[in-house]
Design a protein around this ligand. Structure first.
Ligand code: NOJ
Length: 564
């Protein structure tokens, strides 16, 4: 194992710095790459970003043609949803060939070209790693489904007999092999066999993670990572990261697996990252990930902040809602607790949303002012922000779209996957294809936001977001590693108020997404100067005779103040 000299000291300091919580793994896990501290991510759903060849589907040359825009916006890391060879039953999360770019997006050479062009602009590229399942069309799965035993027989989870009847986990197959196979998500996504944590003695198909089949899969997993990292990728977002080892109480075996992969990866690629779709940073960072998403599932309080009654996750009292009856307490408590637990061992990513859930602009949350409030939070808490493509211009969650590539009609994941709106040209500048051959329809709202129109409007959401991006990157107090103190985060109470400081500079952030006027008295200001760094909506600040800063906020407003 060869480690470059400049990384040795960080490696050892990680061992020393590791919190007791991580002590079981402190011997092995290095600190995460520090570029995450300055990172601002942008997520691209490749199907819908930019079509360069007029077939109605976005592609890699299209993405390359928009890198200058992303550089102008200031983002310095991109996560691309899977763009590998696939029958697209689940928008590419059903991979047929992990080593080949899907022809509709281009070639492996195009992807390498994207890495190079992005790097020229100081932008990192993270791919999507789907380690838990393949497509049913994958040749390894096809081999495992044959009647005769072969090298792939134990690479998937097959009951191998008819004693276990199909159920919601096990699918009856139409292949020569007897028995049922385990699915990971849709039936067309068979679970790769990494073994079981706790095995049922009467289920002979439940193997140990160290049995040859599971071990070969673990090796293949590292090989996929290595293959793309060698070509220039900077890391991976990892799909369903907690799902690999089945029936694994306390994630004991899952932790071992990911810690091994992380160590091997970061030893060879010290700046490489693994970003988990897990949604519990305390668990995922312990398992070896460098960063985890705050997700809609679990008890993070994320959905209480943002989900509106109009999306597929039905909550009728989001905090970011005009009615002003939401509750930010769960979120505030959770984020502080999680930051305390993970310490310097990892980062938390705060996304505007993603390809599975509703956009910030959905239902009655539809004005620029409301979206500016939401963006202010995303960029000023101690997390790594991620902008889902189009959220920077306020693209809408489009209701009622038909099923497309496994979008699931009732969930309407397609509603957040419509083509990027670039200009007032044909198909909003996304593609030159005929309208009816687009991947998904352009939003049919009469007046849609576009990059073109917002670039020329200095009050646009796009310019506001760009200012937040530079605040995040340039002001030390806003970096992911600096602390937060909530001064007001209470049920049905507005504004939301917190401070950020790096010990030298202090900033006060007040956000009022409700439609009602509200006030906040900031006491700790005696003898200090305050200056408004960024605001939206109506905000008045005035020191009263006791020296308290009285902050008056009109409905739907936000302000960032420097206190020094
Ligand atoms: C999570 C992905 O975000 C989602 O789009 C996909 O359908 C499932 N994992 C299955 O891979």
């Amino acid at each position: 194992m060869i480690m470059k000299k400049e990384h040795l000291s960080r490696y050892w300091s990680a061992i020393i710095l590791s919190l007791p919580f991580f002590s079981a793994h402190a011997q092995t896990i290095p600190l995460p790459p520090q570029w995450l501290n300055d990172a601002v991510f942008y997520q691209i759903y490749p199907q819908s970003f930019k079509d360069s060849d007029g077939d109605g589907i976005g592609d890699i040359p299209g993405i390359i043609s928009k890198l200058d825009y992303l550089q102008w916006l200031g983002v310095n890391a991109i996560w691309l949803n899977p763009l590998f060879d696939s029958p697209f039953n689940d928008a590419g999360y059903d991979i047929r060939d992990f080593y080949k770019v899907a022809p509709r997006y281009g070639t492996n050479e195009d992807l390498v070209h994207l890495f190079q062009e992005a790097h020229k602009r100081r932008i990192k590229i993270c791919l999507d790693l789907v380690p838990g399942h393949t497509s049913i069309d994958n040749k390894w799965f096809q081999a495992s489904a044959s009647a005769d035993s072969n090298a792939y027989w134990n690479r998937f989870i097959w009951t191998n007999n008819d004693t276990l009847k199909p159920n919601d986990k096990f699918v009856l197959n139409s292949f020569p092999r007897k028995g049922t196979y385990m699915r990971n998500f849709f039936e067309s996504q068979p679970a790769i066999n990494y073994g079981f944590g706790k095995r049922n003695p009467s289920h002979p198909w439940e193997m140990s993670p160290m049995d040859p089949g599971p071990k070969a899969n673990r090796e293949e997993l590292f090989h996929i990572i290595d293959y793309w990292m060698e070509k220039g990728a900077d890391g991976f977002r990892v799909d369903m990261a907690a799902s690999l080892i089945k029936n694994d109480p306390g994630y004991k075996e899952t932790d071992k697996l990911w810690q091994e992969i992380r160590l091997r990866m970061q030893t060879k690629y010290p700046e490489g990252i693994l970003l988990s779709e897990w949604g519990h940073p305390d668990e995922s960072i312990r398992a070896g990930f460098t960063m985890d998403f705050l997700a809609q599932f679990g008890n993070s309080g994320y959905k209480q902040l943002f989900y509106n009654f109009d999306g597929h996750k039905i909550i009728d009292s989001a905090y970011f809602d005009l009615r002003g009856n939401g509750n930010p307490e769960v979120f505030a408590g959770y984020i502080q607790q999680q930051l305390r637990i993970i310490g310097q061992n990892g980062f938390i990513c705060m996304p505007t949303d993603n390809h599975d859930r509703q956009r910030p602009r959905s239902g009655p949350r539809n004005t620029i002012g409301q979206l500016k409030c939401l963006m202010t939070l995303i960029f000023t808490i101690p997390t790594v922000p991620l902008v889902y493509y189009g959220d920077e211009i306020g693209m809408r969650f489009v209701e009622g779209l038909p099923e497309k590539e496994g979008s699931i009609t009732v969930l309407n994941r397609a509603g957040s996957r419509t083509p990027m709106q670039w200009s007032s040209g044909a198909n909003a500048g996304f593609s030159t294809a005929a309208r009816d051959s687009l991947y998904l329809p352009i939003d049919r709202e009469s007046c849609i936001p576009t990059v073109e129109s917002e670039i020329s409007d200095s009050f646009s959401l796009l310019h506001y977001t760009r200012t937040l991006v530079s605040l995040k990157k340039q002001v030390n107090a806003f970096k992911a590693g600096q602390p937060i103190q909530f001064l007001l985060a209470k049920n049905e109470t507005y504004p939301l108020v917190y401070t950020r400081t790096d010990g030298k500079e202090t900033y006060l952030v007040c956000i009022n997404p409700s439609g009602k006027r509200c006030t906040f008295p900031y006491m700790a200001v005696t003898g200090k100067k305050t200056s408004v760094i960024l605001k939206s909506g109506t905000v008045e600040t005035m020191k009263d005779s006791q020296g308290v800063l009285q902050i008056g906020m009109g409905g739907v407003s936000s302000v960032v103040l420097r206190i020094n």
